[in-house]
Write a protein that binds this ligand. Structure first.
Ligand SMILES: NC(=O)c1ccc[n+]([C@@H]2O[C@H](COP(=O)([O-])OP(=O)(O)OC[C@H]3O[C@@H](n4cnc5c(N)ncnc54)[C@H](OP(=O)(O)O)[C@@H]3O)[C@@H](O)[C@H]2O)c1
Length: 327
């Protein structure tokens, strides 16, 4: 088996690790990486990888990419953007990738990185979440709603393909700092009314303080997501959905310590109030919607990835956090 793997989004926080892992896997002969902005594979030490300039909104570019591959890995996505930009790229662009892959003769396998957010932030979510829990999304958070919509789209568009859906929790590590740069509290702070901001510790002058509603989080290192993507790309286990997270969990207090802040316990009801306000207020930028992500614990069971895909995370959540903040 000498696979040609097409990757959309090869320069992202996950994409960079994925290409590195594909480069290192002897079952992979060639990697075709498509992004809008140019990159030089040789400058990154990549020898099997070729750059393809293209936008997933351009069906012709997508057809040309996937038509030359045995396996398609779809990573390109807008995580932090406006509702409109994210809708176009994430829904229209993803539809292009799914439909083009299904229509092309050569590829037999599609790997798509969904997210824990696809389950939606619901009070009645089981703990832990297994892959059998329906992906309902949360309509008040664009990213969650789009992740759930993309999974429904997969079911509609990819008949005949072996489809692997990976659902990572928040990804961290030296090459993945989105959590650090975009803590939900930071994004939501300007849109929460002043008295509530004070109660939540969101006043810039009072930093570094991070409110801790007691919700626990999972993290996964980008290299561990990459090893799952490679296992799926090589067909190491049956097609299907796989949750991805490290073994341990972190608290807001752990996070605060890692970023040199300190955590102040706040009642979890306050997060619910802030979340309801962000949902109710008109003209709230999409980024503020990330506050919904912390209103309920979202702990996933990762047994299926271990048993069926042979996946073992090499890094703990604490390591992922520490390496993210000490880079
Ligand atoms: N990071 C996390 O914590 C996390 C957690 C769970 C799931 N995920 C999922 O994992 C996937 C990859 O995430 P990431 O963190 O690597 O994202 P990222 O760092 O934002 O990278 C996005 C990549 O997609 C490319 N891209 C964006 N729009 C494009 C377009 N219209 N056409 C072609 N390429 C485009 C970007 O390159 P150009 O801008 O140059 O085009 C870049 O290579 C996403 O589906 C994300 O939702 C991420």
């Amino acid at each position: 088996m000498a696979l040609t793997v097409a990757v959309t989004g090869p320069t992202g926080e996950i994409g960079t690790s994925v290409v590195r892992a594909l480069e290192a896997d002897e079952r992979v002969a060639r990697v075709l990486g498509m992004a809008r902005r140019p990159f030089d594979p040789a400058a990154r030490g990549w020898r099997k990888t070729e750059y393809r300039q293209g936008d997933i909104l351009d069906r012709g570019a997508v057809d040309a990419l996937v038509g030359a591959a045995d396996v398609v890995v779809h990573l390109a996505y807008v995580i932090l953007g406006t509702r409109e930009e994210s809708r176009r790229v994430n829904l229209d662009g993803t539809r292009n990738v799914f439909e083009a892959t299904a229509a092309a003769e050569r590829p037999g396998r599609l790997v798509y990185t969904s997210s824990v957010a696809a389950y939606g932030y619901h009070a009645d979510n089981p703990a832990p979440l297994t892959e059998d829990v329906p992906v309902r999304g949360s309509s008040e958070h664009y990213y969650s709603a789009q992740k759930a919509a993309c999974e429904r789209l997969l079911a509609e568009t990819t008949e005949g393909l072996d489809v692997y859906v990976l659902r990572p929790c928040i990804v961290a590590g030296p090459d993945a700092t989105v959590l650090l740069r975009n803590l939900p509290w930071e994004q939501a702070a300007p849109y929460v009314p002043e008295p509530l901001r004070r109660a939540l510790g969101l006043v810039p002058g009072l930093r570094p303080v991070i409110p801790d509603p007691g919700v626990r989080f999972q993290l996964v290192h980008h290299d561990d997501v990459a090893s799952a993507v490679v296992a799926a790309a090589a067909g190491d286990g049956p097609p299907g959905a796989y949750n991805l997270a490290a073994d341990d969990e972190i608290t807001m207090a752990d996070f605060a310590r890692a970023v040199g802040a300190y955590a102040v316990p706040v009642p979890s009801e306050l997060v619910g109030v802030a979340s309801a306000l962000v949902d109710a207020l008109p003209l709230v930028p999409a980024k503020a919607e990330w506050i919904h992500a912390v209103r309920h614990p979202m702990i996933m069971d990762t047994g299926r990835a271990r048993r069926a895909l042979g996946w073992t995370p090499r890094h703990t959540a604490h390591e992922a956090l520490t390496t993210m903040t000490t880079r």
